[in-house]
Design a protein around this ligand. Structure first.
Ligand code: C5P
Length: 237
C-alpha cells in the first residue's frame, strides 16, 4: 500500500489517501493545539510519541474486543488505518471532575464521579465543540440511536480497560475523548488515543501528565508524555 494524496490536514495529524480505497495513512505531526486551534506550537518528538502511544493503546482496546481502525504501524510518526465514515460527535467519559465539567458545574477539580459520566460534544471548532445530546445527534442525522448506543457502550468498555491499565502504572485516568466512524456498517473506533485527548494524573502526587500541561502553560509537556509512555512500557526508540 502506497501513500498518495493528502485527504485532510487536522490540527495535529494529516490524513493521506493510499492506493487502497479502504485504507488511509495518519501522520502524527509535532503540532500541539489548544483552545480550538487558537494556539499552536511545535513540540519536538511529540508526533513520534503520540503515534507509538496510540498504536499501543489501540492494540490493547482491540484485544479487549473494541473494533479499531488501526491496521499497521508504518514508521515513527505514521500508522495505516481503515478508512471510516466519521461520526462528527466526540464521546467523553469522566472518572474525576476536570476541565469543562468543572467550569460548567462549579464542582471541585478531582472530585470522583461514581459511576463515571458520559457526555457528547459536536466536533466543530468554530462553535467551540458545543455539548450536545443523543436526541440532537439523532435529529440532525449525525448518528442513529443504535450507533449512539454502541458508541456509548464501547466508550465505557474502553474506560474499564484503560483505567485499569493506567492504574497499574501509577496513574489516574481522569477523562478522555473518543471518536468513532463506520466501516462496512460497523461502529469502529477512529482518530487516536494519546495524552492530547485524555487527562492523566500521577496517583500519588496528582501531577498532570497530559495536554493540560500545554493548555495551562505548565511546561514539560513532551517530558510528561514520554513519562506516561515509559510507565506503560511503550517502546519509543
Ligand atoms: O475540555 P473537557 O474537560 O470537556 O475535555 C474532556 C476530555 O476530552 C479531556 O481529556 C480532553 O483532553 C478531551 N478533549 C479532546 N478534544 C476536544 C475536547 C476535549 O480530546 N476537542
Amino acid at each position: 500500500v502506497q501513500k498518495t494524496t493528502e485527504l485532510y490536514r487536522g490540527k495535529a495529524k494529516t490524513v493521506y489517501n493510499t492506493t487502497d480505497d479502504n485504507l488511509l495513512v495518519l501522520h502524527f505531526r509535532n503540532d500541539t493545539s489548544a483552545f480550538d486551534g487558537e494556539r499552536i506550537e511545535q513540540l519536538d518528538r511529540k508526533g513520534m510519541i503520540n503515534n507509538k502511544f496510540n498504536y499501543f493503546i489501540m492494540q490493547k482496546l482491540q484485544a479487549a474486543g473494541i473494533p479499531t481502525q488501526v491496521e499497521q504501524l508504518l514508521s515513527d510518526d505514521e500508522v495505516l488505518v481503515k478508512k471510516l465514515k466519521m461520526i462528527p460527535v466526540e464521546c467523553v467519559v469522566r472518572n474525576f471532575a476536570a476541565g469543562s465539567l468543572v467550569r460548567r458545574l462549579g464542582v471541585t477539580e478531582g472530585m470522583a464521579l461514581t459511576p463515571p459520566t458520559f457526555e457528547l460534544f459536536l466536533k466543530n471548532d468554530a462553535l467551540h465543540d458545543p455539548m450536545v445530546n443523543e436526541s440532537l445527534a439523532v435529529s440532525f442525522n449525525w448518528a442513529t440511536e443504535a450507533q449512539l448506543a454502541k458508541m456509548k457502550q464501547l466508550t465505557f468498555k474502553a474506560n474499564e480497560v484503560l483505567a485499569a491499565l493506567f492504574d497499574a502504572a501509577g496513574m489516574m485516568l481522569v477523562d478522555f475523548k473518543l471518536e468513532f466512524g463506520v466501516f462496512n456498517g460497523e461502529i469502529v473506533l477512529g482518530d487516536e488515543f494519546s495524552p492530547d485527548g485524555c487527562r492523566l494524573w500521577d496517583k500519588a502526587t496528582r501531577k498532570k501528565l497530559d495536554k493540560d500541561r500545554f493548555r495551562q502553560g505548565l511546561g514539560g509537556v513532551v517530558e510528561a508524555y514520554e513519562e506516561v509512555a515509559n510507565r506503560l512500557g511503550v517502546k519509543l526508540d
